[in-house]
Design a protein around this ligand. Sequence first.
Ligand SMILES: Cc1cc2nc3c(=O)[nH]c(=O)nc-3n(C[C@H](O)[C@H](O)[C@H](O)COP(=O)(O)O)c2cc1C
Length: 318
Amino acid sequence: IVNHAELDHAGAFKEVLRIAPNAEIICSDRGRDSLKGHFDFDRELTIVKTGDELNIGKRNLVFIEARMLHWPDNMMTYIKEDHILFSNDPFGQHLATSQRFVDELDEKFVMDHAARYYAQIVMPYSQLVLKKLEEVKSLNVPIDMICPAHGLIWRKNPEKILSAYERWAKGEAEDRAVIYFDTMWGSTDLMAREIAKGLTDSGVPVTVYNTRTSEWSLMARDLLLSKIVLVGSATLNMTMMPSVAGILAFFKSLRPPPKIASAFGSFGWGGGAVRDIISTLKEMKFNVIEPGLQFKWVPREDQLRECYEFGKQIAQKI
Ligand SMILES: Cc1cc2nc3c(=O)[nH]c(=O)nc-3n(C[C@H](O)[C@H](O)[C@H](O)COP(=O)(O)O)c2cc1C
């Protein structure tokens, strides 16, 4: 059963065909395209769709197509007798551990990785997640265990990850802020720190990332989980710095739910970074607080106080 043809799942497909020359190959309709597109083989495929059942002896399998979660071919397989859902990509984590089950590790740690996974892989398809969750609920079948194709197995309380997916797909974020910035000479960094102080002094926890040195999965996770998103950049060649442009392009492609957002940064003469960040945040349909905050060259003490106040004002928007 090929639930998904991506190479991190089905990379051994040809080897399996060699070992099992008489095996029936089962995939979704869209799986035909991705399997044929990745592997050169001349074997019949059995195409299944949502609701189709297969008896394998003592057990009966039910297939549930999960198109665009996260490729067109994605499919889940449910074992009726054991109430196990092989969910494929959804509910996974990019985690390689010697433990096999979530309950053998700190659940918060696994949930954090599940959030990173959701943010980077699943977030663009949040509307489909909500539909799929409804569809699975309407099947009215018990789910005792969820075995994703990545990371650990949800053996106890699988409803925890189901409800987390529902929250994330609905765009429910936490009362916290995230600041992303890049700088050449440190002025935008100074601004970021003062804005962060203003937020924390108002009771809003904040995470600050330098976009040039931070891990993208963490930055994406906090985009998912934060109500406030602030982006800062020094002006370089009349626009934002490349690392900020890069992360914003990635974030835009993730189609996050609306956030309270604004921009800040230092410039030398004509500026441009704050203007272009604001315009990108608007394209992302964020609730943008304009005109953002920018200072020429190195911010002075009174300007840093303005940054602090800016942080405090934005904290009130939650
Ligand atoms: C290579 C380079 C290109 C720059 N291009 C611009 C520009 O096009 N427009 C502008 O207003 N400032 C420009 N600046 C000036 C910076 O924006 C200014 O030095 C700013 O204070 C840097 O902020 P930072 O300390 O956060 O890096 C440029 C600076 C450098 C080093």
